[in-house]
Design a protein around this ligand. Sequence first.
Ligand code: SF4
Ligand code: SF4
Length: 238
Amino acid sequence: MTTYDLTLNVRRYDPDQGRSWVQTYSLKAGRIMRFVDLLRRINDEQDPTLAWGSSCEHGQCGTCSMKINGKPLLACELLVENAVAYFGTTVFNVEPLDVAPVIRDLVIDTEKAYERINRVKPYVISPKPPRSDGREQVISPKALERYVSATRCINCFCCASACIGGHGTFLGPNAMLAAIVRVMDSREQEKQERLRCLYSDEGIYRCHSSRACSFVCPKEIDVAHFIALAKAGALGSE
Ligand code: SF4
Ligand code: SF4
């Protein structure tokens, strides 16, 4: 079985001392080890103080998102052999996403990151009343087909980290996507509030159409396509 000699240069942060530094770990690993497995092995065998996060480890929750050699991705989905082939090296710089303050090492303050999502109210605010026959409103297959891929967003914030639109008050790609989903949702009556937000100074016109968001999305959502629809005023829900 192929084994790789890996070097992980991990960006660390100690909030008690306010100190940030890069710590190098060397380890041997088989080709189908994932990066979450590497971090766990470092905890078990070399350094129990290295802080990082994961939950489902099946690419469904976004907890293990981090930057590897500058690319935001899910550490649970990255196999060693794929990382070596993709980056052409066995040396990896591992950093936290830069979309919120770091709490410790690779762990960021996701509550802060979620403030942008919360600004767009990513839920149905004002549902259409039930139909005259008393049955609930349904989304037609044709309408759903236009945006169903966008509903697969797990808010891993990889796109927001890759976005060159400037962080600041910019909603960023995944918050805009959350707003767009509800504008395209035929069950929702309250469109204006989200459109005001999308077309505000914090919204789509800060997007440079670089498509970095689509490039890094682990759920293969073409985020930039949906932002382009919003720019074109083409988000109609039917
Ligand atoms: S759009 Fe993709 S990259 Fe962005 S938060 Fe959602 S799943 Fe992650
Ligand atoms: S296309 Fe727009 S939203 Fe997506 S990464 Fe580029 S600037 Fe950011």
